[in-house]
Design a protein around this ligand. Structure first.
Ligand code: NDP
Length: 296
């Protein structure tokens, strides 16, 4: 079997176009422009790139983008004061604090100081609890993007066996909750899982979120399974820098029914879902129905 390639770049462009249409409608019918505030502390080069591209895409879909760049030695008190201001600013519907934060700042404290209704990353403890209990929440962007791609490919996921490799708070755990919410039978694997190859072999859906280049070979994949590769790993091959996923793409594509490439799979969906979450937060804030197809 040769797998169908799940093109995240095209899908993400479709999601952004949907967001953009809804933003225009909000502007015309309600005189409201959704606003996303992004807070960056310090000068981590990768974080600077992410923040720049988030700002650019926010503006492209017609939303207001507010960037707050703070010195690396900003005190916790000053950062919390800024978040407090953003929490009460009615023009700001979504707040994202770019992680990782410098070591002297308590990440949990900072994230949990964001108004949960504006927590477009979905990391606030209240949103985690709402997701686990199957209630309306803000859902972390990367797992939301994976869920959208799976629903688009399969329609219903009900009854499918899903294996999520990785149990981080930002990808693995929320991904597993979302799949459970869609009635999959879910296994969460991690570094202590026994006989990982055979655990993965029974999956109709494999989500790899580990951070180890090409660790999942094709012979772990059941014929016809859907493989979502969240991993982004920079490696050097043949003297060139290359991005690869957690799955060995070539051998997995020979067995899978569908597979996301790296790059061009899950990655582009993450920012698209951040914009979708900001729109959702705005609609909820002003009491309008949530945009269809853009939430969990
Ligand atoms: P973490 O490092 O937080 O978590 C990695 C998980 O993988 C842990 O639960 C760990 O298990 C598990 N793990 C490590 N080694 C093994 C192994 N040999 N076998 C089975 N499980 C293992 O990573 P993240 O969840 O933050 O990210 C995972 C990957 O996804 C990274 O490559 C990251 O860059 C990428 N990513 C991509 C995004 C995108 O937009 N596409 C967004 C976010 C992340 P244990 O808990 O036991 O240590």
């Amino acid at each position: 079997m040769v797998a169908q390639v799940v093109d995240g770049k095209t899908f993400a462009a479709k999601v952004r176009a949907q967001v953009s249409d809804q933003v225009l409608k909000l502007k015309e019918e309600n005189g409201i422009i959704p606003g996303l505030a992004v807070v960056l502390v310090g000068e981590d080069p990768a974080s600077q790139v992410y923040v720049r591209s988030k700002g650019k895409m926010t503006v492209e879909v017609g939303m207001n983008s507010y960037e707050h760049k703070l010195d690396v030695d900003t005190s916790e008190e000053d950062l919390l004061a800024l978040i407090d201001q953003l929490n009460t600013n009615p023009a700001v519907h979504g707040i994202l604090v770019q992680l990782p934060l410098p070591r002297h700042l308590n990440e949990d404290l900072v994230i949990n100081s964001i108004d949960p209704a504006k927590d477009v990353d979905g990391f606030h403890i209240s949103n985690v609890g709402l997701l686990v209990t199957g209630q309306k929440s803000m859902v972390p962007c990367t797992p939301l993007g994976c869920l959208m791609m799976l629903r688009d490919h399969h329609g219903s996921l009900s009854g499918m066996d899903a294996v999520v490799i990785g149990r981080s708070n930002i990808v693995g755990k929320p991904m597993a909750q979302l799949l459970l919410g869609d009635s999959c039978t879910v296994t969460i694997a991690h570094s202590r899982t026994k006989d990982l190859p055979n655990v993965v072999r029974r999956a109709d859906i494999v989500i790899a979120a580990v951070g180890r280049p090409e660790m999942v070979p094709g012979d772990w994949i059941k014929e016809g399974a859907t493989v979502i590769d969240v991993g982004i790993n920079r490696i050097e091959r043949d003297g060139k820098n290359k991005l690869v996923g957690d799955v060995d793409y070539a051998s997995a594509a020979d067995r899978a029914g569908a597979i996301t490439p790296v790059p061009g799979g899950v990655g582009p969906m993450t920012i698209a879902c951040l914009l979708a979450n900001t729109l959702t937060a705005c609609c909820r804030a002003i009491g309008l129905p949530e945009p269809e197809g853009l939430t969990a």
